[in-house]
Design a protein around this ligand. Structure first.
Ligand code: MV4
Length: 424
């Protein structure tokens, strides 16, 4: 695109391989994230020193922080993402759901707004929705601040506890309530929008293989879901984006159970698993994201979006495989797999350090093929080819999942992995 890239790093990340890939780099502070990657003023100072025109927030840290996006806007820089107003709208899960409901996106039945203070009124709402219900914090998301209630006699206490936790964790005591879906799949729709009223959907991903709210394997397309149902949902998402003035890339998260989709949250950032969508659509999503942020038109229309074949991503984490405990340290050996249909995205190299301060994700292996079976076969070969020493990695856990008959069949629920590990 002819753009110059300036990478930032903390003191713990000096010598990182991605700094060599960039045109320039700036160290923004100590290893502790609160003093570097989460320090908005340090980041803005780095942008100024480097003479940057735009800030790409990545997919962690401040990527969905409306206050940071506003600071970037106020500094006269382009924030590579939606406007801070839209990030704020989606960051509050109650206002996000209200906006999506109004735009015709199917949502999980529930309280339609914040729960009142009066426990008797809450009990009426829960009775109407029907047990089991789930109480969620407006400021939560991604699995934080929620509680399942199976019996009316537990409702008042659950609300009180969740409210206290929400206020402490998010500074926002507002709660909402939904019907609890027991065995859903996690299906998400990728969208892409410019500032000229164009909004596209780029197909779906199945992200049901997770544990403790950390995704482990994602794939596209979602096995066994009728294409017409996905297309109707995708059109709804694109229409909703036009309605709220969405810009850049985004993801609508749905629970899918008994042939029905129900919206839960929207992510306003590029996501780790955007790679599988790139592989099946052939679209460079980050390139389009940058075009949108620069005020340009998307380089494609909905008719240009066609998916071909299948793609599966395995997240390679520096952790002790089956239990998931982090394993930071020095990578004394690093050999990434390759070959037809294998893409590896990683910021690692031999002799690099995996610092203890951050997320344990160190590589993404994406296998593509003409169908799901070919992807699984290629992924198994790629995992076997990978050579890592110095830190523990979760390749064994991935091979365990890829060998499960139910996974190979396709269409397992969000609880599949945790139950398989318990030996159920
Ligand atoms: C739910 C649910 C069942 N019913 N909502 C967890 C993360 C947050 N994004 C929403 N979550 C859930 N919301 C209703 N009404 C089950 C979960 C859930 C989940 C969702 C997606 C991926 C993994 C999950 C793991 C446990 C629970």
């Amino acid at each position: 695109m002819g753009l110059r890239a300036v990478a930032v790093c903390s003191e713990a990340d000096r010598g990182g391989a991605w700094l060599e890939a960039a045109d320039d780099s700036v160290c923004i502070g100590p290893g502790r994230a609160s003093e570097s990657y989460l320090d908005a003023d340090a980041l803005l100072l780095a942008a100024e020193v480097a003479g940057a025109d735009a800030v790409h927030p990545g997919y962690g840290f401040l990527a969905e922080n409306a206050a940071f996006a506003a600071k970037v806007e106020q500094a006269g820089l382009a924030f590579i993402g939606p406007t801070s107003d839209v990030i704020r709208l989606m960051g509050d899960k109650i206002s996000a759901k209200a906006a999506m409901r109004a735009a015709g996106v199917p949502c999980v039945p529930g309280s339609d707004g914040a729960l009142p203070a009066d426990p008797a009124r809450c009990a009426e709402i829960a009775d109407e929705v029907g047990y089991p219900v789930i109480v969620k914090a407006a400021g939560g998301g991604g699995g934080r601040g929620m509680r399942v209630v199976r019996d009316g006699s537990d409702l008042a206490a659950a609300i009180a506890t969740t409210r206290e936790e929400a206020f402490r964790a998010f500074g926002n005591a507002e709660l909402y309530l939904e019907k609890f879906l027991e065995l859903p799949r996690h299906i998400e729709i990728q969208v892409l929008c410019d500032n000229h009223g164009n909004a596209l959907w780029l197909g779906e991903r199945d992200c049901s293989i997770q544990r403790r709210h950390q995704k482990l394997i994602e794939e596209a397309p979602a096995p066994g879901i009728p294409r017409e149902a996905i297309a109707a949902l995708g059109e709804r998402c694109a229409a909703a984006c036009r309605e709220i003035g969405y810009r850049g890339v985004g993801t609508f998260e749905f629970l899918y159970e008994n042939g029905t989709f129900a919206f839960i949250e929207m992510n306003t950032r590029i996501q780790v698993e955007h790679t599988v969508t790139e592989q099946v659509t052939g679209i460079d999503i980050v390139r389009e994201q940058l075009r949108a942020a620069l005020g340009e038109r998307l380089s494609l229309t909905q008719r240009d979006v066609r998916t071909k074949g299948h793609a599966i991503e395995c997240r390679i984490n520096a952790e002790h495989g089956f239990e998931g405990r982090p394993s930071p340290g020095r990578l004394t050996q690093w050999h990434a797999p390759g070959g037809p249909g294998i893409r590896v995205d990683s910021h690692m190299k031999a002799n690099a350090d995996v610092p203890p301060h951050y997320d344990s994700l160190i590589a993404k292996i994406v296998a593509s093929g003409c169908d799901r079976a070919e992807c699984i076969a290629r992924m198994k070969a790629a995992l076997a080819e990978m050579r890592v020493a110095g830190v523990a990695v979760n390749t064994g856990l991935h091979r365990f999942v890829l060998d499960q008959p139910a996974f190979r069949e396709g269409g397992v629920s969000i609880h599949f992995l945790e139950r398989a590990l318990q030996g159920e």
